[in-house]
Design a protein. Structure first.
Length: 460
């Protein structure tokens, strides 16, 4: 990076990311910001002066990961390395992290990343280096926090986003969440909903297209709750406009909330061929009673109505979902309703989780009556049913020609790795590699299927 003298050793940082795509993209922005501040990213904690964790707290297991990492590498503090905790656990636990892991110097929630440059300057005032070990041990107690409350109306926009993939990239369109589902920690970790203007989103999309990106994924905790601060575009209109940017071949969006999922989104997919024929629509439960207890704001019937809109689309839209099993009070009958919903919808993937009680959430007060064993049993039953359904669903593609974006090459298998518009993995061989490279598009004839992927042969 310009401005950094070659004689001054560059400050280095290591960043590990946990959690969702939103966190992955936040990390790309954090990396860009740090590089701009003169830091260099390194691949191991041993090489780094500053060790950062971008954390997830969606379930207890995810939250514990960061504390395990901090414990594993605590000894490196003696070498003068500094530790920072970013993201959802940072926002949720705040200064309590310093008590649990006193070697941490920086705690910063996602709503405060725009203040990172100043926080880094403060952090640098803490001396580092082996020779100053004693000083470090005491002065590392310098504790820097960035913990906005829910009231911030600022988005984290930066022109320094360091995207890791040169062909497909994320654009955040909305941050935070106002829904307060009874089980969910997100409204507490990511603050209130705030949308970017459609003008700035479209400018970023055009800039990415100019740089050679062909696939864009619009991100938000609830993308379809998007409200243009300029009042110019609805979510469906923004989606269509991004799909019409010259050079963009594929547009995806995640995650959608069923309550705000309008028919206009399906109409946009019908009208604009670059909008991918895949929708991730988390249902969480097939029982209206449980949905009510979860404060999901829709019934089973309303959810199925949205599915019916998608099934009447011109292209076959692949549908995927998230399900929580063992929410407090979920009976066997409720669980069976979830199984019957999976059967009725026919998903191409189901991400299923055992309910995990989270701090601050409304469901914390509910009696968590189900044992871990029972939750595990239900999870297994559901996964077994879904696997059978996916075997049948994926088998239907054998004999069809599908377009893929080439994502990689697996040397040991001698196979290219491709992704279809429906977001399915399609591994394929090619008798000649003419024109094939990562990021290119090609037609593949499907010859075999597995429960989670397809196999084929390039037909160009
Ligand atoms: N326990 C289990 N799963 C959860 N999810 C969100 N909160 C919890 C929780 N407390 C799941 C939901 C959501 C996905 C990202 O994680 O299914 O859609
Ligand atoms: Fe995890 Fe949710 Fe935070 Fe994403 S937004 S990192 S899923 S807690």
């Amino acid at each position: 990076m310009s401005g950094v003298s070659e004689t001054v050793p560059q400050k280095t940082f290591y960043l590990e990311t946990f959690g969702c795509q939103m966190n992955v993209h936040d990390s790309e922005k954090v990396v860009g910001t740090l590089v701009r501040e003169g830091y260099r990213q390194v691949e191991s904690v041993e090489q780094a002066d500053l060790i950062l964790y971008n954390t997830c707290s969606i379930r207890d297991k995810a939250e514990q990961k960061v504390f395990h990492r901090l414990a594993d590498f605590k000894k490196l503090q003696a070498e003068g390395k500094k530790f920072g905790v970013l993201g959802c656990v940072a926002q949720q636990e705040g200064e309590k992290i310093f008590e649990r892991a006193p070697h941490v110097s920086l705690v910063c929630g996602s709503a405060s990343y725009r203040n990172l440059p100043e926080m880094l300057v403060q952090l640098e005032s803490v001396p580092a280096g082996k020779r100053e070990r004693r000083k470090v041990e005491t002065e590392n107690l310098v504790r820097i926090t960035g913990l906005d409350d829910r009231q911030t109306d600022k988005c984290f926009e930066t022109e320094f986003t360091a995207r890791t993939n040169p062909h497909r990239g994320y654009i955040t369109i909305i941050e935070g969440c106002d829904k307060f589902c009874a089980y969910c920690v997100v409204p507490f970790t990511r603050g209130k909903e705030r949308s970017r203007t459609s003008t700035s989103v479209l400018a970023e999309a055009r800039q990415m297209a100019d740089l050679g990106y062909t696939e864009i994924q619009l991100l938000g905790q609830n993308v379809n709750s998007y409200k243009d601060p300029e009042g110019k575009k609805t979510f469906a209109e923004l989606l269509a406009a991004v799909g019409e940017v010259a050079g963009i071949e594929r547009v995806r969006f995640t995650t959608s909330h069923p309550r705000d999922f309008g028919r206009d989104i399906v109409e946009a997919i019908d009208a604009v061929p670059t909008l991918c024929d895949h929708v991730h629509l988390p249902v969480q439960s097939g029982s209206t009673r449980v949905l009510d207890a979860m404060q999901r704001l829709y019934t089973r019937e309303q959810y199925l109505e949205r599915i019916a809109w998608m099934k009447s689309a011109k292209r076959e839209i692949s549908i995927t979902t998230d399900v929580i099993v063992g929410f407090p009070g979920e009976t066997e009958a409720d669980f069976n309703e979830t199984l019957s919903l999976l059967d009725e919808v026919g998903y191409d993937a189901v991400f299923s989780f055992k309910y995990s009680a989270r701090p601050n959430t409304p469901a914390l007060g509910l009696k968590d009556a189900l044992s871990e064993e029972e939750k595990s049993r239900r999870l297994e039953v559901m996964m077994a049913l879904q696997k059978q359904m996916q075997i049948a669903r994926y088998a239907k593609y054998v004999g069809r020609r599908l377009q893929v974006m080439v994502e990689g090459y697996n040397e040991s298998r001698g196979q290219w790795i491709g992704r279809t518009s429906q977001n399915k993995t399609l591994n394929f061989t090619a008798s000649h590699s003419g024109g094939l490279r990562i990021g290119s598009y090609t037609q593949v004839l499907v010859t075999r299927s597995f429960p989670n992927s397809l196999v084929g042969e390039s037909v160009v």
